[in-house]
Design a protein around this ligand. Structure first.
Ligand code: DUC
Ligand code: ZN
Ligand code: ZN
Ligand code: ZN
Length: 472
């Protein structure tokens, strides 16, 4: 099947141009100047399918390198399956996810990964890869790291938060980083000082401060800055590449910026919730509503300027990637586990469907350029995690993962379940976006068009990733 996307403005991280996109089967065959006869024939006449993108942007499909489908957390599990979550992603113009396989305590790393393959295989509407969460670092886990790298799982997440659940001590982090330096993997870090947070949580609860707002108050920016700094020092010492996930504090960004200016392979990711939402709004939410915005790292104070600083950091490349940390829980029976005790609210916000739109609003609002939107949402995440060449770029030979985005369109995120994620609410209720995802192709197949889902669970393939292409 050949497809021609005509009349649009093709936007890559490197620039924009008026061009038609010729797709042959699953890959992009050529970008051609409109009306070109360069290929020796009238492309529009010979293509089996023509998609009219007049007046719209044609961009690479979004690459969301931080999702948690079915993540077990606090006695429950994230509510999106690979089928519902990847379908919602497609609706929002995301055509690749990299999800976190979990090694539970006491389990072999390889068995944790195998369980994730089983959850995802045959169920995904778009292509997917895995990072591996290490539930502990011992000799077996270190050996498993080498094995996983050879199987295309080339990044490992460690937690400096959540003692007793996912937590790694500094000596374990050091050993994992040494291994990553040797096998080329990237270490992804949840950088918050978990033991100090646990002490603060206990003090708030003892004072009867139990509402969702105190989740944020018990995780102050100092404990994010401190952990970020500690992780950077360990990365410097060992020579491992370090990618700090879900940065929300401007002081943590400053640590990353300082490390980068010293030439270290240290990278920063943030998420839409840290760009738009704040602790003040969580405080103002009635009743238990604030539970919708309980995630870690937490939302930060708008008054302190974290949101503005994160946008600035995205512009200046102090932060490189925007992912969602998609980790959805319903209010009913899930978030409600923390009624009367904020520390029992499962941590996470669902957003895999809204990232491309929310960041496009940043273009409309003059916070980032059109090309930077594509760079931080598509191109850099693909390069950072070994998918460049196939994902995150519109170029000959790349997978035909394409979004036709309408800057004159509009997207309203309503109240309750007005989206496609498996949640009974949304953290983004009431958001209005000055743009719209019109058409989405995944490896040459139309999956979204005309307000309809045309994809299928099982179309998505596992992506064996290479090493990061962001390093020298
Ligand atoms: N943060 C979240 O908000 N959810 C899952 C895990 C995490 O670190
Ligand atoms: Zn995390
Ligand atoms: Zn996460
Ligand atoms: Zn439209």
């Amino acid at each position: 099947m050949t497809t021609l996307i005509t009349g649009g403005t093709v936007v890559n991280a490197t620039g924009r141009t008026r061009a038609d996109v010729l797709i042959d089967g699953e890959t992009i065959a050529a970008l051609v100047a409109p009306g070109s006869t360069a290929l020796g024939h009238d492309l529009a006449a010979s293509a089996e399918r023509v998609i009219d993108a007049t007046g719209r942007y044609v961009i690479p499909g979004g690459v969301d390198v931080h999702t948690h489908m079915e993540l077990p957390f606090g006695g429950t599990a994230a509510s999106d399956t690979f089928e519902t979550g990847t379908t919602a992603a497609a609706w929002g113009g995301t055509t690749t996810i990299v999800d976190f396989a979990v090694q539970r305590t006491g389990e072999r790393v390889q068995d944790g990964l195998a369980a994730w393959h089983e959850k995802a295989a045959g169920n995904c509407a778009i292509d997917y890869g895995f990072h591996q969460i290490l539930g502990g670092v011992d000799e077996d886990a270190l050996k498993a790291m080498d094995e996983l790298v050879s199987e295309g799982v080339t990044s490992f997440k460690l937690f400096m938060a959540y003692p007793g659940v996912f937590y790694s001590t500094d000596d374990q982090i050091l050993l994992a980083m040494q291994r990553a330096r040797d096998n080329g993997a990237t270490i992804m870090m949840h950088a918050e000082n978990g033991p100090a947070i646990d002490a603060l949580v206990a003090q708030h609860l003892a004072r009867g401060e139990t509402s969702p707002y105190f989740h944020g108050v018990s995780r102050p920016w100092q404990l994010e800055e401190e952990a970020t700094h500690r992780a950077i020092m360990l990365a410097d010492l060992t020579g491992a590449p370090l990618y700090v996930v879900h940065v929300s504090a401007k002081q943590a960004i400053a640590q990353i910026a300082a490390a980068r200016s010293r030439g270290l392979n240290v990278f920063g990711e943030t998420c839409p919730q840290y760009l738009y939402l704040s602790l003040e709004e969580q405080l103002g939410a009635p009743g238990f509503e604030g539970a919708k915005w309980v995630c870690s790292t937490p939302l930060r104070s708008r008054e302190e300027g974290h949101q503005d600083d994160l946008w600035r950091a995205l512009r200046t490349n102090e932060a490189q990637v925007v992912s969602t940390d998609h980790c959805p829980f319903c209010l009913k029976d899930q978030k409600e586990l923390g009624l009367g005790n904020f520390s029992k609210i499962p941590n996470g916000i669902g957003g895999v469907e809204h990232r491309m739109d929310l960041l496009y609003q940043g273009v409309v609002d003059g916070k980032i350029s059109l090309e930077r939107w594509v760079e931080i949402c598509c191109t850099t995440p693909a390069r950072m995690f070994g998918l460049h060449g196939t994902k995150g770029v519109l170029a000959p030979g790349a997978d035909a993962d394409v979004v036709v985005y309408d800057p004159a369109g509009h997207t309203s995120i309503g109240y309750g379940k007005t989206h496609h994620m498996n949640m009974d609410h949304s953290a983004w209720e009431g958001f209005e976006i000055d743009g719209h995802v019109d058409t989405v192709l995944s490896r040459g197949q139309v999956v979204i068009d005309g307000g309809q889902f045309h994809g299928r669970a099982g179309h998505g393939r596992f992506l064996r990733r290479g090493l990061s292409q962001y390093l020298v």
